[in-house]
Ligand binder design. Structure first.
Ligand code: SF4
Length: 480
């Protein structure tokens, strides 16, 4: 962290308004977040404002990274809320005097459980709108995307809606902070936002609608500009290889001398040239997300067959021999046979000569996805039965360790809590101060209260119809 390259650092002088940018999760993931980079740059380019950052694992989020200034000394705190697991940490800042504003994907999904902990919410993608946000909250006003907590609550109980702001990707930040991120020390090149695919469990396809790509020439200009400070580029988008000019972009970046790290790749987009490009750009491992069995993948509209997975592996073989496989359990209509299929698929990858790592987590049926109508665990039963069934499925996958496969599984209870928080209302938010265990103890009760036909996040208008979501869920159940 102390070896950061930070061209945007600004020293505070008397009279400046101090803006704290808070990322309650790890530094490694925060420094790889394009939203944080964008806000930081926009604030520090404003006359009379200074921005400094706070990360969950640096000074426990209590002092800024830049100067070690205490969080209590800031006038405005902008929280980027990316993960439900961070809500408990966020609740600890409730009593700070600063104006507290929440934004980010969790707010775009469902801000209600956060309403007891913030003064304002920014609804949407903030690029190019930071100055307006600051002016609005400092003058204690509201705007169509900058809303007070009580306004959010009123709207959620009415028939009104809030149109979620979507940014135009007509420019790209040229100067970024470069630190040790999940992609290594890289410049983040955000090639696009949103996804045109239809995976039923995916919230990205819904809350970042429509899918937008940046112009190739613009991206190359930005890359050229960052050459003097960085030799590695992380390509950021929900599905990098869906970018229409991906091959041209990767060839150009390799020819410029960059190591390139794509944030995510779909197995069905790999051909010989992409496999070669991945090797040339310095990739050491290949990550695939089969998610589940082929049968359930069809139900979930993932659009990837086992054949696609093995064809992609055949193409990267000899170049990238480390394979990471991502799976989920707790999908509606999931059976023992689906878990056995995952086991067989993994064994086959191992048998093909790859060094395999497996990561499994229980599915969180997220707001705004067709699965928002599904129960946690995929079936209706007593909470203990659901947890036991999921644990049994995870144990079945853990047995792959006997074959020398590294398997990491996430805690079922943590994902149950995430489900409650993602679907929660204001009352759920009030429980945050009692901690994770208390939320878990009240799980069946809270979930029952939240299981309403009209979802309380329906007031967020992302440009799709809730009726269509319901239909999609019904079709999914019929197919399963
Ligand atoms: S391809 Fe990835 S980002 Fe796109 S809808 Fe499917 S899971 Fe979501």
């Amino acid at each position: 962290m102390n070896k950061e390259h930070n061209p945007l650092f600004k020293r505070w002088k008397k009279g400046d308004i101090r803006v704290g940018l808070v990322y309650p999760n790890t530094y490694k993931s925060g420094i790889a977040n394009v939203g944080i980079q964008q806000i930081y740059a926009e604030v520090n380019l404003l006359e009379g404002f200074v921005c400094e950052r706070f990360y969950g694992d640096v000074f426990n989020c209590r002092r800024s990274v830049e100067t070690g200034t205490r969080i209590e000394d800031f006038d405005v705190l902008l929280f980027s809320v990316q993960f439900e697991e961070d809500y408990f940490k966020i609740a600890k800042f409730k009593d700070l005097k600063a104006i507290k504003v929440a934004g980010g994907p969790c707010v775009m999904e469902n801000p209600l459980p956060l309403t007891p902990h913030f003064d304002y919410f920014y609804i949407g993608e903030i690029d190019g709108d930071v100055e307006k946000l600051l002016e609005t909250v400092l003058s204690k006003n509201e705007d169509k995307n900058v809303l007070k907590a009580e306004t959010i609550l009123d709207i959620s109980e009415s028939e009104s809606s809030v149109k979620v702001r979507k940014a135009e990707l007509s420019y790209h930040l040229c100067e970024e902070i470069i630190g040790e991120s999940v992609y290594g020390k890289s410049f983040l090149l955000e090639i696009g936002r949103g996804c045109h695919r239809a995976c039923s469990f995916c919230v990205v396809r819904q809350i970042y609608k429509p899918c937008r790509w940046r112009n190739l020439n613009l991206l190359l200009e930005v890359a050229e500009n960052c050459k003097k400070v960085c030799n590695k580029i992380a390509l950021i988008s929900p599905s990098v290889t869906d970018y229409p000019n991906i091959k041209e972009l990767m060839w150009e970046l390799i020819n410029m001398g960059f190591e390139v790290s794509p944030s995510s790749i779909r197995a069905d987009t790999i051909d010989e040239e992409i496999a070669e490009l991945l090797y040339l750009c310095g990739q050491k491992s290949f990550t695939v997300a089969p998610e589940t069995s082929e049968r359930l993948r069809k139900v979930l509209r993932k659009g990837i067959s086992d054949e696609d997975v093995f064809r992609a592996l055949e193409l990267v073989k000899g170049k990238l021999n480390n394979v990471k496989l991502y799976y989920m359990v707790g999908i509606p209509k999931e059976s023992e046979e689906d878990i056995s299929s995952i086991v067989e698929l993994t064994k086959k990858v191992k048998k093909d000569g790859f060094k395999v790592t497996v990561s499994v987590n229980p599915l969180v049926p997220k707001p705004h996805t067709p699965l928002q109508f599904a129960p946690f665990g995929g079936f209706n039963a007593d909470f203990c039965d659901v947890v036991n069934t999921l644990k049994k499925r995870l144990r079945q996958l853990l047995r792959l360790r006997k074959l020398g496969i590294k398997v990491s599984v996430e805690k079922v209870e943590d994902f149950a809590v995430q489900t409650i928080l993602s679907r929660g209302n204001r009352e759920v938010g009030e429980h945050l101060k009692f901690g994770k265990k208390a939320v878990l103890r009240k799980f069946p009760e809270l979930l029952k209260e939240l299981d309403l036909e009209r979802k309380h996040w329906e007031f967020l208008d992302h440009g799709y119809s809730f009726k269509k979501l319901r239909k999609e869920y019904e079709i999914l159940l019929e197919k399963g």
